[in-house]
Design a binder for this molecule. Structure first.
Ligand code: 1CP
Length: 341
């Protein structure tokens, strides 16, 4: 069995499987070179040859246990017909959705057709990836996608989205329901084309109160997992409700995820005692510690391995690799975990 799948099936392994969120792109010189081949970022995502190459780059360089398909969570709003643009140095910009009539303008019918280049890239990676390596497909969760779709881009606190969700929940739910169906269909295709595992990124779960977390994170995620597993029973799914704090408890118990990915704020012994007893855990090295390197990095990697390494565990970061991260720091982490010097 592939190493990452073995951990997801609940087995403990002396050396854990290793992959890193946002392992492709940004910090890799070979990506920055490849990125020059298209003008816009979305064009890059929709060019199967380029997406395949970007997906394989970090696996080749670091011999990681998994590849994550090079794409972005915002291909879903794009495929639904919302205007999405990536502005150089500024991040994503979307034509914001602010009222019910804006939701009505989104079109779900062609979602699979519009995303064919993504599925072609999956098939291409599958054909080139070594058979012992896992291919991870991903999606943004409904809440996190709604945050970008309503706000029209990134934000510190996603004020408009939260106000809409609080003041007109029955309206906001229309958007969430549309996203549940879109994401479910998207993930089913990703699996059909060859992904071994799915990760659901809920990067902005942190901005919700506990009630909102139930309604906009747990319930929609549970529905997506149920929809996917109706077609692919027992399919391994990793959930990442970043910044969920104590709500990680209910998330792991109620959504049906096979594994939970932890941000760096959650104490290791709490993860071990409360979550790892029930499901596989993934995480949670601070991406800034990875960037900074030195003795702190070595110590933190060893500490994570010591505390979480006695149960089902996947080594990862608490959030994505930062652009300025030195390659040698990543190599060092892998050497420590695989006990090579
Ligand atoms: O031109 C460029 O290179 C643009 C930079 C870039 C890249 C390389 C963006 C814009 N997205 C990506 C790739 C990407 N995005 C991947 C594949 C790479 C890999 O994993 O190795 C993945 C998994 C994502 C997922 C993603 N995109 C998330 C969820 C994970 C997370 O980091 O929280 C989110 C929130 C996005 C939105 C997004 N896309 C791009 C940016 C700059 C952002 C963040 C905007 C913000 O700060 O709110």
């Amino acid at each position: 069995m592939k190493k990452l799948l073995k951990s997801l099936r609940g087995y403990h392994q002396e050396t854990p499987p290793i992959w890193l969120m946002r392992q492709a792109g940004r910090h890799l010189p070979e990506y920055l070179e490849l990125r020059k081949k298209t003008e816009t970022f979305l064009e890059f995502c929709y060019s199967p040859e380029l997406a395949i190459e970007a997906t394989l780059q970090p696996v080749k360089r670091y011999d990681l246990d998994a590849a994550i398909l090079f794409s972005d969570i915002l291909v879903i709003p794009d495929a639904l017909g919302q205007e999405v643009d990536f502005v150089k140095g500024k991040g994503p910009k979307l034509m914001p959705i602010r009222k019910i009539s804006d939701i009505h303008e989104l079109h779900i019918e062609k979602i699979e057709d519009n995303l064919i280049p993504v599925f072609e890239a999956i098939a291409g990676v599958r054909a080139k990836l070594r058979s012992d390596k896992t291919l991870i497909g991903f999606s943004g969760a409904p809440w996190t996608l709604a945050c970008y779709m309503v706000e029209g881009g990134g934000s510190k606190d996603f004020e408009r989205t939260r106000i809409w969700a609080k003041t007109a929940p029955e309206e906001f739910e229309r958007l969430i329901d549309l996203l549940i169906i879109s994401i479910s269909r998207y993930l089913v295709q990703k699996i059909k084309y060859g992904c071994d595992v799915i990760q659901i990124f809920d990067s902005w779960a942190s901005v919700l109160d506990s009630e909102g977390f139930d309604k906009w994170v747990i319930t929609p995620t549970s529905k997506i997992i149920k929809n996917v597993r109706e077609i692919y029973p027992d399919f391994p799914i990793i959930g990442f409700p970043r910044g969920a704090g104590v709500n990680y408890l209910r998330y792991h118990a109620e959504t049906g995820v096979s594994a939970v990915s932890f941000d760096s704020g959650v104490p290791l012994t709490w993860i071990r005692d409360n979550i790892q007893t029930n499901v596989t855990v993934q995480g949670n090295l601070d991406n800034m510690v990875l960037l900074a390197g030195g003795r702190q990095l070595d110590e933190q990697v060893s500490k994570i391995h010591k505390i979480l390494g006695n149960g089902p565990f996947i080594f990862n970061l608490g959030h994505g690799v930062l652009p300025k991260t030195p390659i040698s720091n990543i190599e060092r982490v892998i050497n420590i975990l695989r006990k090579k010097s």
